[in-house]
Design a protein around this ligand. Sequence first.
Ligand code: BTN
Length: 265
Amino acid sequence: MKSKILSQLSDNYPWQDKLRYFPEIDSTNTRLKAMAAQGAPEGTVLIADCQTGGRGRLGRSFLSPPGQGIYMSMLLRPECAPDQLMHLTCAAAVAMCDAVEQAVGFRPGIKWTNDLVFERHKLAGILTEMSLSAAGRVAYAVVGIGINCCQTAADFPPELQQTAGSLSMFAGQPVDRARVAAAMMDALYRMHKELFCGKQQMLRRYRSDCITLGQAISIVRGSDVSHAIARDIDDDGGLLVELPDGTLETVSSGEVSIRGMYGYV
Ligand code: BTN
């Protein structure tokens, strides 16, 4: 798998020697954070065939069975304050739409903030995690992506069958996981190069990919559920919502999950 991925990377991808492949791992994000704390360099990428402890946002688990998906984490070391990196998850989501489009031929949408979706099914999730230096600067960021590639509907647990999907289900043909992984790495490398100089353009692309905008949504904070219309994405990737009384409020991805009024999206 590793050599197949390397052979499909663009010629200008500079971090080929920093890819590590695991048949099984607890979580690529957890392992990469431990490596980052030990000084691993920017551009280190971990890819696993399966994860036994895949993690999602808000403390959820991420199902990561063997032979079917790509579970990838990339280490970045941007030199900035943490509040300058709030848009990283949005940038990764746009990069992953580019990667899927390039490798498989259709462009997913983004369900704010970090899910790739197609025809009301979740194809992928993104978990970005950051660590700070003693001086309060960003020491490193780990961008983790789990993407369902080869599953049929029957491969998902019954409770996920209405809402989870894979690339091959919508591509209508088998999907080459190595090709998708290489496209993901290329797209993440381009994202890293344009993280600051291309931020406004990236946000325009995020808004155009984001299927949440304009929708009636439920905002879930713990056991509290409120309703709103999703109106815009701010410069930090926050979701600007209009409440029933017409007031506007920004919600941030760390505190809430959202649901479409009629199901997952
Ligand atoms: C989500 O859907 O909430 C985010 C899921 C992120 C899953 C990926 S798989 C690779 C990396 N390792 C993890 O443990 N999580 C991320």
